[in-house]
Design a protein around this ligand. Structure first.
Ligand code: SF4
Length: 390
Protein backbone atom coordinates (compact mmCIF):
# COMPACT_ATOMS: atom_id res chain seq x y z
CA UNK A 1 0.00 0.00 0.00
CA UNK A 2 1.50 3.44 -0.87
CA UNK A 3 2.23 5.60 2.13
CA UNK A 4 1.41 9.26 2.58
CA UNK A 5 4.49 11.28 1.69
CA UNK A 6 4.66 14.75 3.16
CA UNK A 7 7.04 17.49 2.17
CA UNK A 8 7.16 18.72 5.76
CA UNK A 9 5.80 16.48 8.45
CA UNK A 10 5.25 19.17 11.07
CA UNK A 11 3.37 22.09 9.53
CA UNK A 12 0.40 23.06 7.41
CA UNK A 13 -0.57 26.37 5.85
CA UNK A 14 -4.25 27.14 5.43
CA UNK A 15 -4.79 30.07 3.08
CA UNK A 16 -8.45 30.36 4.11
CA UNK A 17 -10.27 29.07 7.15
CA UNK A 18 -13.14 26.63 6.48
CA UNK A 19 -16.79 27.51 7.11
CA UNK A 20 -17.76 27.24 10.79
CA UNK A 21 -20.74 25.41 12.31
CA UNK A 22 -21.94 24.70 15.85
CA UNK A 23 -22.99 21.30 17.21
CA UNK A 24 -24.96 21.24 20.48
CA UNK A 25 -25.43 17.87 22.20
CA UNK A 26 -28.42 17.21 24.45
CA UNK A 27 -27.85 13.75 25.91
CA UNK A 28 -31.22 12.58 27.27
CA UNK A 29 -33.88 10.28 25.81
CA UNK A 30 -37.15 8.87 27.12
CA UNK A 31 -35.69 5.37 26.89
CA UNK A 32 -32.39 3.97 25.60
CA UNK A 33 -32.88 2.08 22.33
CA UNK A 34 -31.18 -1.35 22.31
CA UNK A 35 -29.15 -0.61 19.15
CA UNK A 36 -27.98 2.87 20.11
CA UNK A 37 -24.33 3.62 20.87
CA UNK A 38 -24.72 7.40 20.95
CA UNK A 39 -24.02 9.37 24.10
CA UNK A 40 -27.67 9.21 25.15
CA UNK A 41 -29.05 8.49 28.60
CA UNK A 42 -32.47 7.56 29.86
CA UNK A 43 -33.94 10.60 31.56
CA UNK A 44 -34.73 10.03 35.20
CA UNK A 45 -37.40 12.58 36.09
CA UNK A 46 -37.18 16.29 35.40
CA UNK A 47 -34.42 17.40 33.03
CA UNK A 48 -31.95 20.00 34.35
CA UNK A 49 -32.77 22.32 31.43
CA UNK A 50 -31.70 25.60 32.96
CA UNK A 51 -28.40 24.33 34.35
CA UNK A 52 -27.64 22.55 31.11
CA UNK A 53 -28.33 25.58 28.93
CA UNK A 54 -26.17 27.68 31.25
CA UNK A 55 -23.37 25.13 30.86
CA UNK A 56 -23.73 25.12 27.06
CA UNK A 57 -23.37 28.88 27.01
CA UNK A 58 -20.30 28.63 29.23
CA UNK A 59 -18.77 26.10 26.77
CA UNK A 60 -19.47 28.44 23.89
CA UNK A 61 -17.93 31.42 25.66
CA UNK A 62 -14.80 29.43 26.41
CA UNK A 63 -14.41 28.65 22.69
CA UNK A 64 -14.90 32.21 21.45
CA UNK A 65 -11.21 33.23 21.45
CA UNK A 66 -10.55 30.38 18.97
CA UNK A 67 -13.07 31.68 16.46
CA UNK A 68 -13.02 35.48 16.76
CA UNK A 69 -14.41 37.23 13.72
CA UNK A 70 -15.97 34.11 12.23
CA UNK A 71 -19.66 33.46 11.52
CA UNK A 72 -21.76 30.35 11.95
CA UNK A 73 -23.20 28.84 8.77
CA UNK A 74 -25.31 26.31 10.66
CA UNK A 75 -26.31 25.07 14.10
CA UNK A 76 -27.31 21.47 14.79
CA UNK A 77 -28.97 20.58 18.10
CA UNK A 78 -28.63 16.80 18.32
CA UNK A 79 -28.71 14.08 20.88
CA UNK A 80 -30.23 12.21 22.54
CA UNK A 81 -33.62 13.73 22.03
CA UNK A 82 -33.33 17.54 22.05
CA UNK A 83 -37.09 17.87 21.54
CA UNK A 84 -37.43 16.86 25.21
CA UNK A 85 -36.21 20.38 26.00
CA UNK A 86 -38.87 23.08 26.12
CA UNK A 87 -39.12 25.70 23.35
CA UNK A 88 -38.20 28.26 26.04
CA UNK A 89 -34.90 26.47 26.76
CA UNK A 90 -34.10 26.23 23.03
CA UNK A 91 -34.99 29.90 22.65
CA UNK A 92 -32.65 30.86 25.50
CA UNK A 93 -29.88 28.76 23.95
CA UNK A 94 -30.25 30.15 20.43
CA UNK A 95 -30.54 33.73 21.67
CA UNK A 96 -27.29 33.24 23.60
CA UNK A 97 -25.58 31.77 20.53
CA UNK A 98 -26.70 34.67 18.31
CA UNK A 99 -25.49 37.20 20.90
CA UNK A 100 -22.01 35.66 20.95
CA UNK A 101 -21.38 34.40 17.42
CA UNK A 102 -23.09 35.99 14.42
CA UNK A 103 -25.11 33.62 12.26
CA UNK A 104 -24.79 33.99 8.51
CA UNK A 105 -27.98 35.26 6.86
CA UNK A 106 -30.23 32.27 6.21
CA UNK A 107 -28.19 30.00 8.50
CA UNK A 108 -29.61 26.50 8.86
CA UNK A 109 -30.65 25.63 12.44
CA UNK A 110 -31.63 21.97 12.87
CA UNK A 111 -33.24 20.34 15.89
CA UNK A 112 -33.52 16.56 16.25
CA UNK A 113 -36.86 15.28 17.48
CA UNK A 114 -38.46 11.93 18.12
CA UNK A 115 -42.12 10.98 17.66
CA UNK A 116 -43.84 10.78 21.01
CA UNK A 117 -41.96 13.80 22.39
CA UNK A 118 -43.48 16.65 20.42
CA UNK A 119 -46.90 18.07 19.82
CA UNK A 120 -47.97 20.95 17.56
CA UNK A 121 -47.45 23.68 20.14
CA UNK A 122 -43.87 22.63 20.79
CA UNK A 123 -42.94 22.58 17.09
CA UNK A 124 -44.36 26.09 16.69
CA UNK A 125 -42.33 27.15 19.72
CA UNK A 126 -39.12 25.71 18.26
CA UNK A 127 -39.82 27.57 15.03
CA UNK A 128 -40.33 30.83 16.94
CA UNK A 129 -37.04 30.21 18.77
CA UNK A 130 -35.20 30.23 15.42
CA UNK A 131 -35.07 26.55 14.47
CA UNK A 132 -35.39 26.25 10.67
CA UNK A 133 -35.16 22.50 10.13
CA UNK A 134 -36.42 19.42 11.96
CA UNK A 135 -34.80 15.99 11.79
CA UNK A 136 -37.20 13.28 12.95
CA UNK A 137 -36.03 9.85 14.11
CA UNK A 138 -38.75 7.70 12.51
CA UNK A 139 -36.71 4.53 11.74
CA UNK A 140 -39.74 2.60 10.37
CA UNK A 141 -43.45 2.91 9.65
CA UNK A 142 -44.04 -0.71 10.66
CA UNK A 143 -45.28 -1.37 14.21
CA UNK A 144 -43.60 -4.77 14.47
CA UNK A 145 -40.24 -3.34 13.40
CA UNK A 146 -40.56 -0.37 15.75
CA UNK A 147 -41.23 -2.73 18.59
CA UNK A 148 -38.23 -4.92 17.62
CA UNK A 149 -36.10 -1.74 17.71
CA UNK A 150 -37.39 -0.85 21.17
CA UNK A 151 -38.74 2.49 19.95
CA UNK A 152 -41.21 4.32 22.17
CA UNK A 153 -43.53 5.29 19.29
CA UNK A 154 -45.96 3.48 17.00
CA UNK A 155 -46.26 3.84 13.21
CA UNK A 156 -49.37 6.02 13.68
CA UNK A 157 -47.46 8.30 16.06
CA UNK A 158 -44.62 8.49 13.55
CA UNK A 159 -47.03 9.64 10.81
CA UNK A 160 -48.63 12.16 13.15
CA UNK A 161 -45.23 13.54 14.14
CA UNK A 162 -44.29 14.05 10.47
CA UNK A 163 -47.57 15.86 9.75
CA UNK A 164 -47.13 18.02 12.83
CA UNK A 165 -43.54 18.88 11.94
CA UNK A 166 -44.56 19.75 8.36
CA UNK A 167 -47.26 22.08 9.68
CA UNK A 168 -44.53 24.30 11.20
CA UNK A 169 -41.48 23.52 9.02
CA UNK A 170 -41.01 23.03 5.29
CA UNK A 171 -37.48 21.72 5.86
CA UNK A 172 -37.84 18.29 7.46
CA UNK A 173 -35.60 15.23 7.42
CA UNK A 174 -36.74 11.72 8.31
CA UNK A 175 -34.20 9.20 9.61
CA UNK A 176 -35.05 5.65 8.55
CA UNK A 177 -33.29 2.35 9.10
CA UNK A 178 -33.12 -0.76 6.95
CA UNK A 179 -31.66 -4.21 7.48
CA UNK A 180 -33.99 -4.52 10.48
CA UNK A 181 -34.69 -7.81 12.28
CA UNK A 182 -36.52 -10.19 9.87
CA UNK A 183 -36.99 -7.42 7.29
CA UNK A 184 -37.18 -8.16 3.58
CA UNK A 185 -36.63 -5.90 0.59
CA UNK A 186 -40.36 -5.26 0.09
CA UNK A 187 -40.75 -4.12 3.71
CA UNK A 188 -37.72 -1.83 3.49
CA UNK A 189 -39.12 -0.29 0.30
CA UNK A 190 -42.53 0.11 1.89
CA UNK A 191 -40.94 2.23 4.66
CA UNK A 192 -39.21 4.39 2.07
CA UNK A 193 -42.38 4.80 0.00
CA UNK A 194 -44.34 5.86 3.06
CA UNK A 195 -41.61 8.34 3.96
CA UNK A 196 -41.63 9.79 0.42
CA UNK A 197 -45.42 10.07 0.44
CA UNK A 198 -45.20 12.58 3.30
CA UNK A 199 -43.47 15.00 0.90
CA UNK A 200 -40.46 15.71 3.14
CA UNK A 201 -37.53 17.19 1.21
CA UNK A 202 -34.81 15.12 2.92
CA UNK A 203 -34.43 11.46 3.89
CA UNK A 204 -31.60 9.57 5.56
CA UNK A 205 -31.50 5.78 5.29
CA UNK A 206 -29.07 3.97 7.59
CA UNK A 207 -28.38 0.27 7.72
CA UNK A 208 -28.85 -1.16 11.22
CA UNK A 209 -25.45 -2.26 12.50
CA UNK A 210 -24.70 -3.94 15.79
CA UNK A 211 -22.34 -1.81 17.84
CA UNK A 212 -20.35 -2.77 20.96
CA UNK A 213 -21.79 -1.56 24.27
CA UNK A 214 -25.40 -1.90 23.14
CA UNK A 215 -28.12 -4.31 24.25
CA UNK A 216 -28.22 -5.76 20.71
CA UNK A 217 -24.52 -6.58 21.00
CA UNK A 218 -25.16 -8.97 23.90
CA UNK A 219 -28.64 -10.10 22.74
CA UNK A 220 -28.16 -10.15 18.99
CA UNK A 221 -31.40 -10.03 16.97
CA UNK A 222 -31.74 -12.01 13.75
CA UNK A 223 -30.70 -9.61 11.01
CA UNK A 224 -31.07 -10.07 7.23
CA UNK A 225 -28.10 -11.64 5.44
CA UNK A 226 -25.47 -9.30 4.03
CA UNK A 227 -26.71 -9.79 0.45
CA UNK A 228 -30.31 -9.05 1.43
CA UNK A 229 -29.25 -5.81 3.13
CA UNK A 230 -27.22 -4.85 0.05
CA UNK A 231 -30.34 -5.48 -2.09
CA UNK A 232 -32.36 -3.25 0.24
CA UNK A 233 -29.79 -0.50 -0.13
CA UNK A 234 -29.91 -0.70 -3.93
CA UNK A 235 -33.73 -0.80 -3.97
CA UNK A 236 -33.92 2.20 -1.62
CA UNK A 237 -31.45 4.19 -3.73
CA UNK A 238 -33.41 3.36 -6.89
CA UNK A 239 -36.80 4.28 -5.39
CA UNK A 240 -35.53 7.60 -4.04
CA UNK A 241 -33.73 8.39 -7.30
CA UNK A 242 -36.87 7.75 -9.36
CA UNK A 243 -38.82 10.06 -7.07
CA UNK A 244 -36.33 12.90 -7.64
CA UNK A 245 -34.30 12.71 -4.44
CA UNK A 246 -30.60 13.31 -5.08
CA UNK A 247 -28.33 10.76 -3.43
CA UNK A 248 -25.55 13.04 -2.24
CA UNK A 249 -23.90 11.15 0.61
CA UNK A 250 -23.69 7.45 1.57
CA UNK A 251 -26.95 7.62 3.56
CA UNK A 252 -28.44 11.01 2.63
CA UNK A 253 -31.00 11.93 -0.06
CA UNK A 254 -32.45 15.35 -0.76
CA UNK A 255 -34.73 17.23 -3.11
CA UNK A 256 -32.73 19.76 -5.18
CA UNK A 257 -31.56 22.60 -2.97
CA UNK A 258 -32.42 20.78 0.28
CA UNK A 259 -29.15 19.11 1.19
CA UNK A 260 -28.27 19.39 4.87
CA UNK A 261 -25.77 22.22 5.04
CA UNK A 262 -24.58 21.30 8.52
CA UNK A 263 -23.71 17.72 7.58
CA UNK A 264 -22.21 18.85 4.27
CA UNK A 265 -19.83 20.99 6.28
CA UNK A 266 -18.62 17.86 8.15
CA UNK A 267 -18.18 15.93 4.92
CA UNK A 268 -16.32 18.84 3.32
CA UNK A 269 -13.99 18.83 6.34
CA UNK A 270 -15.28 22.15 7.61
CA UNK A 271 -14.92 23.46 11.17
CA UNK A 272 -17.43 23.04 13.98
CA UNK A 273 -17.54 23.86 17.65
CA UNK A 274 -18.90 21.06 19.83
CA UNK A 275 -20.70 22.02 23.04
CA UNK A 276 -22.60 19.80 25.48
CA UNK A 277 -21.87 16.44 27.11
CA UNK A 278 -19.50 14.34 24.99
CA UNK A 279 -19.55 16.80 22.07
CA UNK A 280 -16.62 16.81 19.66
CA UNK A 281 -15.41 19.74 17.58
CA UNK A 282 -12.80 20.73 15.02
CA UNK A 283 -11.28 24.19 14.66
CA UNK A 284 -8.66 25.22 12.10
CA UNK A 285 -6.05 27.92 12.39
CA UNK A 286 -3.72 29.19 9.67
CA UNK A 287 -0.98 26.77 10.84
CA UNK A 288 -2.88 23.84 12.37
CA UNK A 289 -6.09 21.85 12.63
CA UNK A 290 -7.31 21.07 16.15
CA UNK A 291 -9.94 18.81 17.68
CA UNK A 292 -11.69 19.13 21.03
CA UNK A 293 -13.91 16.89 23.13
CA UNK A 294 -16.03 17.38 26.25
CA UNK A 295 -16.87 15.33 29.35
CA UNK A 296 -19.23 12.55 28.29
CA UNK A 297 -21.34 11.76 31.37
CA UNK A 298 -24.11 14.36 31.78
CA UNK A 299 -23.84 14.48 35.60
CA UNK A 300 -20.07 15.03 35.49
CA UNK A 301 -20.45 17.47 32.63
CA UNK A 302 -22.85 19.51 34.73
CA UNK A 303 -20.79 19.42 37.91
CA UNK A 304 -17.33 20.17 36.53
CA UNK A 305 -16.15 23.71 36.08
CA UNK A 306 -14.09 22.83 32.99
CA UNK A 307 -15.86 20.55 30.52
CA UNK A 308 -13.05 20.12 28.00
CA UNK A 309 -11.39 16.69 28.31
CA UNK A 310 -9.12 16.97 25.34
CA UNK A 311 -7.89 19.56 22.90
CA UNK A 312 -5.20 18.52 20.47
CA UNK A 313 -3.59 19.45 17.20
CA UNK A 314 -4.28 16.82 14.57
CA UNK A 315 -0.90 15.39 13.53
CA UNK A 316 -0.13 16.50 9.99
CA UNK A 317 0.33 12.90 8.85
CA UNK A 318 -3.29 12.11 9.91
CA UNK A 319 -4.88 14.95 7.92
CA UNK A 320 -5.14 13.19 4.52
CA UNK A 321 -6.97 10.22 6.08
CA UNK A 322 -9.25 12.43 8.18
CA UNK A 323 -10.11 14.50 5.11
CA UNK A 324 -10.84 11.41 2.97
CA UNK A 325 -12.86 9.74 5.74
CA UNK A 326 -15.34 12.57 5.30
CA UNK A 327 -15.06 13.73 1.71
CA UNK A 328 -15.21 10.29 0.09
CA UNK A 329 -18.66 9.77 1.61
CA UNK A 330 -19.93 12.39 -0.81
CA UNK A 331 -21.38 10.71 -3.90
CA UNK A 332 -20.10 13.54 -6.12
CA UNK A 333 -16.76 13.53 -4.32
CA UNK A 334 -14.86 16.77 -3.80
CA UNK A 335 -13.12 19.43 -5.89
CA UNK A 336 -9.39 18.78 -6.15
CA UNK A 337 -8.70 22.19 -4.59
CA UNK A 338 -10.70 21.37 -1.44
CA UNK A 339 -7.99 19.01 -0.17
CA UNK A 340 -5.44 21.83 -0.05
CA UNK A 341 -7.95 24.37 1.28
CA UNK A 342 -8.96 22.19 4.23
CA UNK A 343 -5.76 20.37 5.15
CA UNK A 344 -3.23 23.04 4.16
CA UNK A 345 -1.26 20.29 2.41
CA UNK A 346 -0.21 20.13 -1.20
CA UNK A 347 -2.18 17.57 -3.28
CA UNK A 348 1.26 16.14 -4.08
CA UNK A 349 1.05 14.53 -0.61
CA UNK A 350 -1.65 12.15 -1.82
CA UNK A 351 -0.87 11.96 -5.53
CA UNK A 352 0.54 8.42 -5.44
CA UNK A 353 -2.31 7.17 -3.25
CA UNK A 354 -4.88 8.64 -5.63
CA UNK A 355 -3.18 7.10 -8.65
CA UNK A 356 -3.02 3.66 -7.05
CA UNK A 357 -6.67 3.77 -5.90
CA UNK A 358 -7.69 4.87 -9.39
CA UNK A 359 -5.72 2.04 -11.00
CA UNK A 360 -7.47 -0.41 -8.65
CA UNK A 361 -10.88 0.89 -9.73
CA UNK A 362 -11.78 2.35 -6.32
CA UNK A 363 -11.59 5.99 -7.32
CA UNK A 364 -12.55 8.21 -10.27
CA UNK A 365 -10.93 11.54 -11.12
CA UNK A 366 -11.08 14.24 -13.71
CA UNK A 367 -9.25 17.54 -13.71
CA UNK A 368 -11.84 19.04 -11.36
CA UNK A 369 -13.09 16.38 -8.93
CA UNK A 370 -12.16 13.22 -7.06
CA UNK A 371 -14.80 10.69 -6.02
CA UNK A 372 -15.20 7.09 -4.96
CA UNK A 373 -16.18 4.83 -7.88
CA UNK A 374 -19.22 2.56 -7.54
CA UNK A 375 -16.80 -0.18 -6.47
CA UNK A 376 -15.05 2.24 -4.11
CA UNK A 377 -18.37 3.09 -2.43
CA UNK A 378 -19.03 -0.61 -1.96
CA UNK A 379 -15.57 -1.13 -0.44
CA UNK A 380 -15.22 2.27 1.21
CA UNK A 381 -13.07 1.01 4.08
CA UNK A 382 -10.62 -0.54 1.66
CA UNK A 383 -10.46 2.74 -0.23
CA UNK A 384 -9.97 4.79 2.95
CA UNK A 385 -7.16 2.53 4.16
CA UNK A 386 -5.16 3.78 1.18
CA UNK A 387 -4.90 7.15 2.94
CA UNK A 388 -3.85 5.94 6.38
CA UNK A 389 -0.52 7.31 7.58
CA UNK A 390 2.41 4.93 7.43
S1 SF4 B 1 -33.92 7.93 20.61
FE1 SF4 B 1 -32.10 8.06 19.28
S2 SF4 B 1 -30.45 8.88 20.58
FE2 SF4 B 1 -32.13 8.18 21.93
S3 SF4 B 1 -31.55 6.12 22.53
FE3 SF4 B 1 -32.91 5.94 20.75
S4 SF4 B 1 -31.53 5.94 18.97
FE4 SF4 B 1 -30.33 6.64 20.72
Amino acid sequence: MPQIALERADAVRLAVLPPLALYVHIPWCVRKCPYCDFNSHERGGELPERDYVRKLIQDLEAMLPSVWGRRLGSVFIGGGTPSLFSPEAIDELLAAVRARLPLEPGAEVTLEANPGTVEAGRFAGFRAAGVTRISLGIQSFDDAKLSALGRIHSAAEARRAVDTALASFDNVNLDLMYGLPDQDVAQACSDIRQAMSTGVPHLSAYQLTIEPNTVFYSKRPRLPAHDASADMQLAIEAALGEAGYEHYETSAFARPGRRCRHNLNYWEFGDYLGIGAGAHGKVSFPDRVTRHERIKQPAQYLSNEVTLVSERTVPVRDLPFEFMLNALRLVEGFPVTLFQDRTGLSPVAIQKNLEKAERDGLLERDWQRVRASARGRLFLNELLERFLPA
